[in-house]
Design a binder for this molecule. Structure first.
Ligand SMILES: Cc1cc2nc3c(=O)[nH]c(=O)nc-3n(C[C@H](O)[C@H](O)[C@H](O)COP(=O)(O)O)c2cc1C
Length: 208
């Protein structure tokens, strides 16, 4: 696939066929992830790849399995989400948070090393490691697309990150920025429309 075809066709998918993914495909996706730019030239990243359903189910056990319409409405209100396009994404995404990982072909937990307190950075440089792993994550999402798979991700809430550390046994000095699910899109998978931003409104030539 041409680079721009990959970029243009990558979409967050949360409805997967329950099919397997082979190790060679996973390795190409992780290899692409490892090609991302890194702030310190170290690319000190690790990826826990989980295909064993028992481990996946244990890992996601802290993610709410069901959520009512009322609770979704309360979240939208609480987070002040007034844009209809944005509301549609959340209405689709919130009830699928558990299922999308349970049905994925594999779950990947990227890990990066953080030397300072991520929650209390003193300057932007203290966030460089965090920024770099997100470059790696985007490479992974694009590579999954190029391989005919799709992906979604979730930011760990509450104690989900600490639970993941306990289940997967990753070291204290590595942090997980998110959970990633990679899978084959179901034939009826929802592909929500990306919010339109005409280029002439976002490109500012020579000055804003
Ligand atoms: C930093 C970040 C955090 C995200 N968190 C979640 C999440 O917790 N759960 C989820 O289902 N999707 C999550 N997403 C996916 C977004 O909802 C999705 O990228 C967005 O709706 C745009 O859709 P698209 O990826 O198809 O363009 C996140 C994406 C990013 C970049």
């Amino acid at each position: 696939m041409d680079y721009y075809d990959v970029v243009n066709s990558r979409r967050t998918i949360r409805d997967f066929d329950n099919v397997s993914i082979n190790d060679e495909t996973v390795e190409r996706i992780i290899s692409a992830a490892m090609k991302a730019p890194s702030n310190d030239h170290m690319r000190d990243w690790h990826y826990v790849v989980i295909k064993d359903k028992n481990v996946v189910l244990k890992l996601i056990d802290r993610i709410p399995k069901t959520i009512s319409e009322e609770e979704i409405g309360a979240i939208l209100k609480d987070w002040n989400l007034n844009d209809t396009c944005q509301q549609n994404v959340y209405k689709d995404a919130i009830p699928k948070q558990y299922r999308m990982f349970a049905e994925a072909s594999c779950v990947v937990i990227p890990l990066f090393k953080q030397k300072t307190d991520l929650m209390h950075p003193e300057n932007l440089s203290h966030l460089n490691g965090f920024a770099s792993i997100w470059c790696s994550i985007e490479n992974m999402l694009l590579a999954a697309t190029a391989e005919g798979y799709a992906a979604t991700l979730r930011i760990p809430l509450g104690n989900e990150g600490e639970w993941a550390r306990a289940v997967l046994n990753f070291p204290e000095d590595y942090l997980m920025p998110c959970f990633i699910a990679i899978g084959k899109p179901r034939s009826d998978a929802v592909r929500l429309t990306q919010k339109e931003h005409p280029l002439d409104q976002v490109i500012h030539r020579n000055r804003w």
